[in-house]
Write a protein that binds this ligand. Structure first.
Ligand code: SF4
Length: 652
């Protein structure tokens, strides 16, 4: 039987298991990436595991989420990361050099290789034919130490693209169309493989916009095959020799095929406050817009910003609207500057930001209260922008720029009709001052160039909490939550909180504060307890602090209708038992109920038990399910992955 691209790459890297959907497989990891939010824990865990040196072909540490320096804590974290990268043998990308996915794509992403990253949008270089997966920091630390990465073999879905994008419809609209059709849960347990004549017509930046947004579908990864466009793009980055040919066999079998006719697509938005709340732009035409931001890891490439620049040439940003451009990498900024586009945009009224995540997680450029912000980002979860009652729309750079010109949401096709001289910008490289200048890696320090000798830890860098074994018998339902609780709800990523990312004792005070600001104190007073949630608990980022901090507060188990993939793995990694409940049980449980798990959980975890009985207020009972592999059970029984790996090293 023929193979899909996914099966070919996984087959080449398989060290345990079989490529049967739903079965756990262990794969060898070629490259890892980590960023500043998750990176400090990764290296502290690497240190706690007594590992000496990075064992993967390549590891890269980026500083992108919080690059602004509010006080010494952030700077200390960056210095620690640089020292860890130097000590253990990783590349270090300096603060301001750009967002991990963009910089990794430019400098290291390679077709046919596996990449594991402690950031949920790690699948971005799937557009270049790399099989890239997001995971928790501890999984990254173990992979860097040479251990396999374990994941349930996903189903491989073929997204077959026909036709060609019409003027003003973009790759962002392909991704938004899929989100509207499939929802934020539609990709769980799946890898999306993009094929067909429509896929061949897309440029590499267009493909990576689509693979980046695959994360919003809940997908394990997304990938395109490789072709001449891939080869050309790699050549522009002086990395042509890394090209390998990758395409599915003619008789490859997919679990499912989704057909998309690109000719039918039109400019779309994701309305507040979920990426799957998708509608044609025309439905919101006339809505006043106070802020527009073009950039992020989704649409921050040079080729993403160029259309905005072309649309703004000789025009002005509306007086009632602020427009910010935040390139995804310094390379993109430099190319725009060298070609004169930066000056053009500045003359039009654009405010330029450094290449950072920043506004995407509410660090800088927080929208005004009760206002609309149009962003080319990938997430518009309520409150993520830094203000609780935000109204963030996601869209393409073209739609964002049209709104900046008019001060209100407008279909760019209507604006083009009205203005008469506004042409669809297209995606060809810059023409003003010649082709793009190619790779710039001046801000990346290679392991050979490392300038630190040993780890440098400031006073805000704490220890990794360690738990020994599990002792789970239930407790008070300290919080009952709705569907789609994100890791942003569990541990917000805003600057005032994120600065404690290396100090778990302090950070845990903010656990679930966006849902209930009394939670952390109540958990401490009750000496721990359990959490109850609806569907898709832990959606969003790979932030392992969202499991680490609840563990620190004594949370033993989470009862939820379903779990997001990375967060569920993080719960195992930190010894919290993820137990699935049905909708009826969810409805019956109230916050404050006493939930006693009647069965012996440690014994059941060890013996492979899948069902556990729990008694509520000594009045009624329900059954909760534990869906865990043998390895995940061992991890739970050890109290978490750090203890488990240590025991294995010690021969325990
Ligand atoms: Fe940064 Fe936002 Fe991309 Fe995450 S989604 S990597 S915060 S730009």
């Amino acid at each position: 039987m023929g193979k899909t691209i996914t099966e070919k790459i996984l087959g080449d890297h398989l060290v345990e298991g079989e490529l049967t959907p739903g079965e756990e497989i262990g794969i060898e990891i070629d490259q890892v990436l980590t960023q500043d939010t998750t990176g400090t824990m990764v290296w502290l865990q690497f240190e706690a595991l007594d590992l000496d040196e990075v064992q993967t072909e390549l590891a890269a540490q980026y500083c992108d989420h919080q690059t602004y320096q509010f006080d010494f804590k952030n700077t200390d974290d960056h210095r620690f990361l640089r020292s860890a990268a130097g000590t253990y043998g990783a590349y270090f990308s300096r603060p301001g050099n750009g967002i991990c996915h963009q910089v990794h794509k430019e400098n290291f992403a390679a077709p046919g290789k596996t990449l594991l990253g402690s950031d949920s949008h790690t699948p971005t270089p799937g557009g270049l034919g790399q099989l890239a997966i997001g995971a928790g920091g501890l999984d990254i630390a173990v992979a860097m130490g040479g251990g396999p990465y374990y994941v349930e073999m996903p189903e491989v879905v073929n997204v077959h693209l026909e036709g060609e994008l019409p003027e003003w419809a973009t790759a962002k609209d392909v991704a938004l169309h899929l989100l509207g059709e499939l929802t934020v849960k539609g990709g769980v347990g799946k890898i999306f493989e993009y094929t067909g004549p429509g896929a061949e017509k897309l440029t590499i930046p267009e493909r990576t916009t689509i693979t980046n947004l695959g994360t919003e579908l809940g997908a394990t990864s997304s990938i395109f095959g490789t072709d001449e466009k891939t080869k050309d793009w790699l050549a522009r980055q002086d990395r042509e020799e890394e090209f390998v040919e990758l395409e599915p066999d003619d008789d490859a079998e997919y679990a499912e095929t989704i057909e998309v006719d690109l000719d039918e697509l039109e400019p779309l938005v994701a309305a507040p406050s979920m990426p799957d709340n998708v509608a044609p732009v025309s439905e919101y035409e006339g809505t006043d817009v106070e802020q527009v931001i073009v950039g992020s890891c989704t649409n921050g490439a040079y080729e993403d910003i160029l259309p905005s620049a072309k649309m703004l040439e000789g025009r002005e940003v509306a007086k009632q609207t602020e427009m910010i451009v935040a390139p995804g990498s310094k390379q993109a900024s430099e190319m725009l500057a060298r070609e004169g586009w930066t000056a053009e945009m500045m003359a039009a009224g654009v405010n330029f930001s450094e290449a950072t995540c920043g506004a995407c997680i509410g660090i800088g450029h927080v929208p005004a209260s009760d206002s609309v912000s149009l962003r080319t980002f990938n997430r518009n979860f309520e409150g993520r922008s830094g203000i609780e009652d935000d109204s963030v729309f996601l869209c393409s750079p073209e739609v964002a720029t049209a709104a900046a010109i008019t001060g209100e949401i407008v279909d760019p096709r209507d604006l083009a009709d009205e203005l008469g001289d506004l042409e669809a910008p297209g995606l060809e490289m810059g023409t003003k001052y010649g082709p793009g200048m190619g790779r710039d890696d001046n801000d990346i320090i290679s392991p050979e160039e490392a300038i630190d000798d040993g780890l440098v830890k400031g006073p805000n860098i704490g220890d990794v909490p360690l738990k020994d074994g599990i002792d789970v018998d239930g407790g008070e339902a300290l919080l009952k939550m709705e569907d789609n609780i994100t890791t942003d709800h569990i541990i917000p990523a805003t600057a005032d909180i994120l600065k404690f990312r290396s100090n778990i004792e302090k950070l845990s005070e903010f656990t679930l504060s966006r849902v209930d600001d009394t939670f952390a104190q109540r958990a401490l007073d009750a000496d721990g307890g359990v959490l109850v949630a609806g569907e898709n608990y832990g959606q969003g980022s790979s932030r392992e602090h969202a499991a680490l901090c609840p563990m620190y507060l004594g949370i033993e188990a989470v009862f939820a209708q379903s779990f997001a993939r990375i967060h569920k793995a993080n719960l195992f990694n930190f010894g919290i038992v993820p137990l699935a409940i049905d909708a009826e049980t969810y409805e019956r449980i109230d916050q404050g109920d006493d939930i006693e798990i009647v069965d012996d959980v440690p014994a059941g975890v060890n013996s492979g038990e899948t069902e556990f009985t729990a008694r509520v207020n000594d009045e009624w009972e329900f059954t909760a399910e534990l869906d865990a592999s043998e390895r995940e059970r061992e991890i739970l029984a050890s109290g978490g992955k750090l203890s488990w790996v240590k025991q294995q090293h010690d021969g325990g």
